[in-house]
Write a protein that binds this ligand. Structure first.
Ligand SMILES: *Cc1c(COP(=O)(O)O)cnc(C)c1O
Length: 418
């Protein structure tokens, strides 16, 4: 089995000493939005300004017989070309170069967020996983591992003493569907005090909003179907790790698990990555302004339309704990939740909105709203999840406002008496 074409140390990972820590080239002085455009430049070998779309699954070996290296003699450093796209391919490698720099760890791309989570659990193969509220699909993957390996599942608040070396704590922050944050450093200390590993699903707050590595995460996971893709048109997942050796082993296992991201999706991922920071910052600002407006209305004395229909707003920007602002250095996540007074109000709200599509998922440029009971069996039937896009926030506010007005008028009829 041949190894890898482009050694990941040629990805310039930021570290404190200005080098990537593995003898690679010095980190250039680009900030994150610039690196999204230029971190893959060294992989470009055509004059095209836009990255070419490569669809080939297989790549010609060198014509010069001197350059042919038998598989048994191949090392990480002595091959220069792609071989077969289950191993590496131009677009996946470009996307990994960009995301390695952006996420501040060696990145590997997968066919979906859950494929990435499955790959991480397969590699780590923990005896126990401490897991609490998180994306319902991750529980589904954990259950498969429990069936196959007997992995025990412990609650997130289990005593540290219940964990052993090699076990995993998995947290998601900000948390689906409410957008509230939990303290990464608390769980990092808990895991590391027992020789366990902390995995953080950071899908809801990609950089520049938060960098879980700064707070002690060992493995950072993203569903690239959300903000990395950003246009509700590609499925993908990412794992990022600090440890180069771990990255090699996970890469090797991905070759056999077959979960690499597709060529077309990776090309779309590169295209989307160019605007990732612009989008996320705008979405975060929009969401935070909307939450401020909603909670401001809720705090008023008068019986306004928001108060008549909304019971509670949930978002990290409303949390009081000190760690929240420290951790979300670049802004709060663009997803928040509202709980309505009744289930029927929650079911009716989406049809009263013009700018929000009633659909699951999040992270796209367009705003979405979801009566979450449609896809999550555990959630309150009064809860709606809002994924805020890049529209003008006041247009979104006006859209919500007119819907609340209509519902408030109808609520008299729905509830008999409001
Ligand atoms: C969507 C999502 C996933 C799963 O990702 P897929 O790309 O749909 O497989 C995992 N975690 C979170 C927080 C998500 O939002």
């Amino acid at each position: 089995m041949s190894k890898f074409v482009l050694h990941p140390t040629s990805f310039n990972l930021p570290t404190t000493n200005g080098h990537n820590g593995n003898g690679g080239p010095p980190k250039h002085a680009y900030t994150s939005q610039t690196s999204l455009l230029h971190a893959d430049k060294f992989l470009n070998d055509v004059p095209d300004v836009a990255p070419p779309l490569h669809v080939s699954t297989t790549f010609r070996y060198p014509r010069d017989h001197i350059k042919l290296i038998a598989a048994k003699d191949i090392t990480n450093d002595n091959t220069e070309s792609h071989v077969y796209s289950r191993l590496t391919a131009p677009s996946t490698t470009r996307l990994e170069a960009i995301l390695s720099e952006y996420l501040n760890g060696y990145a590997l791309v997968y066919s979906s967020g859950l494929a990435a989570f499955h790959a991480a659990l397969t590699y780590l193969n923990p005896g126990r996983i401490s897991i609490g509220d998180c994306y319902h699909g991750c529980h589904g993957v954990a259950n498969i591992h429990t069936r196959i390996t007997g992995m025990k599942q412990l609650p997130l608040d289990c005593p540290a003493e219940d964990l052993q070396p090699g076990d995993v704590i998995h947290i998601e922050t900000p948390l689906n569907p409410v957008g509230e944050a939990c303290d990464i450093s608390y769980y990092a200390e808990k895991a590391h005090s027992r020789g366990a590993i902390l995995m953080v699903d950071s899908t809801f707050a990609p950089p520049p909003l938060q960098d879980p590595f700064l707070w002690g995460a060992d493995v950072v996971m993203h569903s690239a179907s959300k903000y990395v893709g950003g246009h509700s048109d590609m499925l993908g997942g990412v794992l990022a790790v600090k440890d180069l050796n771990m990255r090699w082993k996970m890469w090797e296992e991905r070759v056999y698990l077959g979960g690499i991201m597709g060529n077309l999706e990776a090309w779309m991922g590169v295209r989307s990555a160019r605007t990732l920071e612009l989008r996320v910052v705008r979405q975060s600002e929009n969401a935070t302004k909307l939450v401020q407006w909603l909670s401001g209305e809720m705090a008023k004395d008068d019986e306004n339309a928001v108060k008549k229909v909304v019971e509670r707003v949930r978002h990290a920007s409303l949390q009081k704990e000190e760690f929240v602002r420290k951790q979300l250095t670049g802004g709060f996540g663009p997803v928040f939740a509202i709980e309505m007074h009744t289930e029927i109000l929650a079911k009716m709200l989406p049809s009263h909105l013009e700018l929000f599509a009633h659909a699951t998922s999040l992270g796209g440029v367009e705003s979405l709203i979801e009566w979450r009971a449609m896809s999550d069996t555990e959630v309150s039937p009064k809860l709606l999840r809002l994924s805020i896009g890049i529209e003008n926030w006041e247009d979104l506010k006006n859209d919500l406002s007119q819907a609340f007005e209509k519902l408030a008028a109808e609520a008299v009829i729905i509830n008999g008496k409001n």
